[in-house]
Design a binder for this molecule. Structure first.
Ligand code: 6GU
Length: 239
């Protein structure tokens, strides 16, 4: 997979080369390009923004600069992703769909956003997704790109040490994951739940499922509403 990011703060994307993502790069599982939007300006001030039509606060990113940048960076098989609090929610399902793409391009907006015609024009040639991480506002799309890329790259074959761990994640069965424990058996007078030391794997599986259901009910009842028909058995409903 190839990933390109266009931003006015290229150094903000340095963490893409660290840790898990750096290892994926070193092993040739992903290629990453980070591009300074100002490289596509032609004026002495290297201006990327201008006042909004219709008035109001803030500045809007100029279409000519973004248009030229995306013409150069996007290709035949690009999916364009634009992080914005006005986007549709970024979910594990969307992460899986991005993990199947050959080329992702991220357009990081700052200020009040990018002139909408840039996205309307790009959508004539490629799929364009405006996506949001949640109901809060970031200053720009850069931090969101770090989050989205990490969520996607860990799904690529060979990136995680242990491939089952991705399948057992929170959300893969529509529930939050329950608690985990390691040694010692008692720590600061707190004991590991007895069932986990019982060696009875049927009982352990049932307990983990109950913990996941209970945690989801308390923290994210909205997820239970959205479970597919038939995903709860009789015992689940009793919990
Ligand atoms: Cl994806 N971008 C920005 N700028 N703010 C956000 C966001 C994204 N998701 C939540 N807030």
């Amino acid at each position: 997979m190839r990933i390109d990011v266009v931003t006015i703060f290229p150094e903000y994307l340095d963490p893409l080369r660290a840790a898990l993502l750096g290892r994926a790069l070193d092993r040739g599982l992903i290629e990453v390009g980070v591009h300074d939007l100002r490289d596509w300006t032609h004026d002495v001030h290297r201006a990327v923004d201008d006042a909004p039509y219709g008035g109001g606060p803030g500045m809007v990113m100029k279409p000519q600069v973004w248009g030229a940048a995306l013409d150069d960076v996007c290709g035949e098989r690009t999916r364009l992703v634009v992080p914005t609090p006005a986007g549709r929610p970024f979910t594990q399902r969307l992460a899986h769909s991005y993990a199947a793409e050959e080329h992702l391009v991220f357009a990081c907006g700052r200020y009040e956003g990018i002139d909408q015609r840039v996205l309307t024009d790009a959508a004539r040639r490629m799929p364009v997704d405006e996506v949001s991480l949640g109901d809060y506002v970031l200053v720009g799309g850069e931090a969101a790109v770090l989050v989205i890329v990490e969520a996607v790259v860990r799904l690529l074959p060979g990136v995680l040490g242990n491939p089952v761990s991705a399948e057992q994640d929170s959300f893969s069965d529509g529930l939050l994951e329950g608690p985990s424990y390691t040694r010692p058996e008692v720590w600061r007078d707190l004991a590991v739940p007895e069932v986990l030391r019982s060696g009875n794997h049927a009982r352990i599986d049932r307990w983990r499922r109950d913990q996941a259901l209970e945690r989801t009910f308390r923290r994210r009842p909205d997820l239970l509403e959205r479970l597919p028909e038939g995903s709860l058995d009789e015992h689940d409903r009793a919990v």
